[in-house]
Design a protein around this ligand. Structure first.
Ligand SMILES: Cc1ncc(C[n+]2csc(CCOP(=O)(O)OP(=O)(O)O)c2C)c(N)n1
Ligand code: SF4
Ligand SMILES: [Mg+2]
Length: 286
């Protein structure tokens, strides 16, 4: 996936690895109707990313990248964690922020872009783990909602601090034991989707990434609403198969199981958000 920002220098093309060339040549940019149905013919992420084999975070990223309505003018703000391992392997504008600060950084970027390019659509999307968004960065997350920043926040909830080896987070389920949380979690999982609603988000969704089409629909709605109305929040279950002791081909089954319980599909929208979503549907973009 690429556009002008990632055009390969012709003088260097013969030395560029084939899979990087594929990212450029198989781009779907410029087509607002792009989506997960394009994935068999395109490429959004190189195969040799450094996440664990079969990690659902890599599935989620593939679906999200394929669903961005305006990738060439989208800035993704990330934070340290397993999600951040993927960003060197995509052709997209990304900013790596200090752990927990991602919504403050994204707010600044969005405001500067609106001032610098008043006639252009520029989407700003935060994409980070539960530790970054709900635990250490919760203050920055909520303050961006209170301020009604026009950004989309996507939380990859794997219910653990995976990248640092398995500490419990506020999103860990009560009683769960991890390598570095041997006593088991003492309190309940935090309902972050409800906090997002109470804090002013105009579109909120909770889901697993077991259904690519559903992920596409949610991401597009969240981005279109953020563009026009205000903050939006998407809470995705992307289990850490390593920390819960599953094999690399077990991630999908784990998510399907959770689809029936704590990650059953949930969607909320304000009347202003509904108006935008209905209009975008009529325009054939959803
Ligand atoms: C300012 C700062 N504090 C702490 C860390 C250590 N750290 C790196 S990754 C991480 C946990 C990430 O957890 P999460 O956001 O849930 O992402 P995951 O790895 O689970 O996808 C922490 C605490 C850091 N890099 N920087
Ligand atoms: S440690 Fe867990 S979240 Fe991180 S890449 Fe591996 S499976 Fe994915
Ligand atoms: Mg995590």
């Amino acid at each position: 996936m690429s556009y002008k920002i990632y055009e390969i220098n012709e003088a260097l093309r013969e030395f560029i690895p084939k899979e990087i060339v594929d990212l450029e040549e198989r781009a779907t940019w410029g087509n607002p109707k792009r989506g997960v149905m394009d994935l068999p013919y395109t490429k959004e992420l190189i195969e040799e990313h450094s996440l664990c084999a079969g990690c659902p975070e890599s599935m989620a990223l593939r679906y999200i990248l394929a669903s961005l309505p305006n990738p060439e003018d989208t800035i993704i703000v990330n934070s340290t964690g397993c999600t951040s391992l993927v960003f060197p392997h995509i052709a997209l504008h990304t900013v790596h922020s200090l752990f927990g600060n991602q919504n403050a950084v994204a707010s600044g970027i969005k405001r500067v872009l609106e001032w610098r390019f008043p006639d252009k659509v520029k989407d700003v999307v935060v994409l980070a783990g539960d530790g970054a968004i709900v635990d250490i960065g919760l203050d920055c997350t909520l303050q961006s909602f209170f301020r009604q920043e026009k950004i989309t926040t996507i939380c990859f909830d794997n219910e653990v601090y995976a990248n640092t080896g398995g500490q419990e987070s506020g999103m860990t389920v009560k009683g769960h034991v991890f390598k570095m949380a041997p006593k088991g979690k003492q309190w309940d999982k935090v309902p972050m989707w409800q906090i997002a609603i109470d804090s002013g988000c105009h579109y909120v969704a909770r889901l697993t990434v077991s259904s690519p089409k559903r992920v596409e629909s949610v991401i597009k709605k969240a981005i279109y609403v953020a563009r026009e109305v205000g903050p939006t929040y998407v809470h995705l279950y992307t289990p850490c198969i390593l920390e819960i002791g599953l094999n690399s081909d077990d991630g999908l089954d784990e998510m399907r199981q959770r689809d029936k319980e704590r990650f059953s599909f949930f969607e909320y929208m304000t009347p202003q958000a509904e108006e935008v979503i209905n209009r975008v549907k009529e325009e054939g973009l959803l």
